[in-house]
Ligand binder design. Structure first.
Ligand code: FPP
Length: 238
């Protein structure tokens, strides 16, 4: 892909899927697939940095993922801490700003503190904003936004007739982050799984059969090339 392919591409969002299948194919326990996911995350940050992408959102843990076996959930939370501690210097050096989306209050104290420290440390960085979606669910996010708006209507500060789409967007978790231009899902599944439901209204979708631990720089560049050749009309005419 050429460097001009970053045009009209501010925000890439990725559903990192297929870690468990990657491990099973190798006769390994599922957690080894999550372990192997780190290199792909590294590559995605690297490619986004090279292309001057402003936002990269990674679906790391959904509100539904809490129903997985306790041992797997606990492993992913430990992995999160390890990822933050092991990569914070490199992310900071690369001018990456770390943020999260989702119900951070659900994340256990240890990894949550690591995340908060990392976010504080990188808050002044001006390069890629890396958004980790953690305990994130699109319906939960919309519900939380509707509660805030309902409170404003109950107090009389907003009249129901004045509720606009812009107002709903403004009550989402990261209202300053633009909608994703492209959502990539690995592992061959072709669904959104409660990811960025409101924000994906006009996103392009790229589905690839490649399992997340095998999705490296080259595969991401290929997916972005597929996005680049599509024409986006936002419901209008060319
Ligand atoms: C999907 O694969 C992966 C997850 C639900 C968890 C993703 C977690 C990571 C990539 C690691 C933790 C995050 C960070 C930022 C270090 P799956 O387990 O659903 O795979 P399967 O569909 O093949 O079973």
């Amino acid at each position: 892909m050429k460097s001009d392919s970053g045009a009209n591409l501010r925000h890439i969002a990725i559903i990192m899927d297929g870690n468990g299948r990657w491990a099973r194919k190798r006769g390994l326990p599922r957690i080894k697939g999550h372990d192997a996911a780190e290199k792909s995350i590294h590559d995605a940050v690297e490619v986004c940095g090279e292309l001057g992408i402003e936002f990269l959102t990674l679906y790391a843990f959904s509100t539904e993922n809490w129903s997985r076996p306790k041992a797997e959930v606990s492993f992913i939370m430990k992995l999160l801490s390890r990822f933050i501690k092991g990569n914070i210097d490199d992310l900071d050096r690369k001018n990456v700003k770390l943020r999260t989306t989702g119900r951070l209050q659900d994340i256990p104290d240890g990894p949550r503190r690591d995340l908060e420290l990392a976010m504080e440390r990188t808050s002044g960085n001006t390069g890629l904003t890396l958004v980790l979606a953690l305990s994130y669910g699109g319906r939960a996010e919309l519900r939380d936004a509707f509660v805030e708006i309902a409170e404003n209507t109950a107090s009389g500060s907003v009249s129901p007739a004045d509720i606009t789409e812009e107002m709903i967007s403004a009550h989402l978790y990261n209202s300053d982050v633009p909608d994703p231009d492209v959502i990539i899902r690995t592992s061959g599944e072709q669904r959104l799984s409660n990811f960025l439901l409101w924000q994906s209204a006009y996103s392009e979708f790229v589905f690839t059969p490649v399992l997340w631990p095998d999705f490296h720089a080259e595969q991401l560049r290929d997916a972005l090339e597929e996005y680049r050749i599509r024409k986006r009309r936002f419901g209008g005419l060319e």
